[in-house]
Design a protein around this ligand. Structure first.
Ligand code: ACO
Length: 338
């Protein structure tokens, strides 16, 4: 049985269309100054015709597979974390599997909103550790813009679309996920949800014409709960790994809001410089924020081999999750198709 699941490839993809704060201020009563000072966000990417959750996920997955040096035949499971699937059925993972020509691989989705990457990393790692899979393509992708009410300045300034992917591979060497802490408070769904569009409240013509089909949020409550949730969960994940914040080279938090991240840094007693942020360019892309941030942090030389990283996330559900990861490629790899 493999003891670990190393991250041997990573990549990201965002739509080409950039929506700046200036453009948003032509749509709702807001300003670049308000958005930047309250959130840290300058611009976000929004899909155009022909793009969807699976097209972003497929592009991010291609990049991760190229980085890992693996072919379609080398992947034996595809998992996608998303709350904005292409269709109710099939799973977006099945569409990604088909687009990449990954035949004979299991494929399914995970829904944990903004915590989806850490939840999915935990599930994928467990499947490798239990011997069910050897090499998993795991992608987190969301098209949040599909659910955004572009007339609601309280929410439309916060979100963007994107995808990040990793390839996980069985190894005896201690790389990849070392510990994780996950939680949920299903009784607080009212604070952040898309009420309509499922079986509970179908999209009748009347409902489709109302705000109930859009993402709704109590921003102030979410702010407080997100800070507390990520702080407590970070401590829990570190304790499980028998490591401390001082051991972490970088903290990669869910990229929701710069002020949330600053508040977590303060409560954890960690200098803000230790927190990697790229939210000014992409906004909150839900499950995709952490793998997108990991990809850019590695490219910028912020994350190195043999360093420990703390991941922490909070989102709709409510859900939260944190993880300690040891970054690095094992010295010996599983066989790869030539
Ligand atoms: N432009 C201008 N004014 C705005 C805007 C906007 N885009 N949005 C809200 N306002 C106004 C409000 O209407 C309010 O006006 P009022 O006082 O006349 O009623 C005023 O600004 C202050 O509103 P607050 O809610 O107090 O603003 P706050 O400083 O709390 O910032 C924000 C709001 C940014 C939403 C903040 O609460 C927040 O970041 N919450 C977390 C939400 C979040 O990140 N959600 C993502 C999903 S969950 C997750 O990923 C963790």
């Amino acid at each position: 049985m493999a003891l670990h699941a190393a991250i041997v490839g990573w990549g990201m993809s965002v739509p080409t269309r950039v929506v700046t704060n200036a453009e948003l201020s032509t749509m709702v009563d807001t300003s670049d100054e308000w958005i930047q000072s309250r959130t840290g966000i300058k611009e976000r990417r929004i899909i155009s015709n022909g793009e969807s959750t699976s097209t972003l996920a497929t592009a991010a997955s291609r990049a991760a597979m190229a980085m890992a040096g693996v072919q379609a035949a080398d992947i034996d499971m595809v998992i996608v974390a998303t709350f904005s699937p292409d269709r109710p059925m099939p799973a977006t993972a099945c569409r990604v599997q088909a687009a990449l020509g990954i035949t004979n691989a299991a494929a399914f989705d995970i829904a944990a909103a903004c915590s989806g990457f850490v939840y999915g990393l935990t599930v994928a790692t467990s499947l490798i550790q239990s011997g069910v899979a050897k090499r998993i393509l795991f992608c987190a992708a969301d098209v949040v813009s599909h659910y955004v009410n572009w007339n609601d300045r309280n929410t439309c300034v916060l979100f963007g679309d994107g995808a990040g992917a990793v390839v996980l591979e069985a190894t005896d060497q201690p790389y990849g996920l070392l510990s994780s802490d996950m939680g949920a408070a299903g009784d607080r769904e009212d604070l952040l949800m898309v009420e309509a569009g499922g079986t509970c409240l179908p999209l009748t013509a009347e409902v489709a014409a109302s705000d109930r089909r859009f993402l709704s949020m109590n921003g102030r409550e979410i702010f407080k709960l997100a800070v507390r949730g990520m702080e407590e969960s970070s401590h829990a994940a570190l304790n499980k790994a028998n490591l401390t914040l001082a051991d972490m080279a970088v903290v990669v938090p869910h990229q929701a809001n710069q002020r949330i991240i600053e508040a977590i840094a303060e409560r954890l007693g960690v200098p803000i410089q230790k927190f990697y942020m790229n939210l000014e360019r992409y906004g909150n892309t839900s499950a995709a924020t952490i793998p997108m941030a990991l990809t850019e942090a590695v490219a910028e030389g912020v994350i190195h081999n043999d360093t420990y990283i703390l991941l922490t996330a909070f989102g709709g559900g409510l859900t939260w999750a944190s993880a300690v990861v040891r970054w690095g490629i094992p010295s010996t790899r599983l066989p790869i198709t030539q």
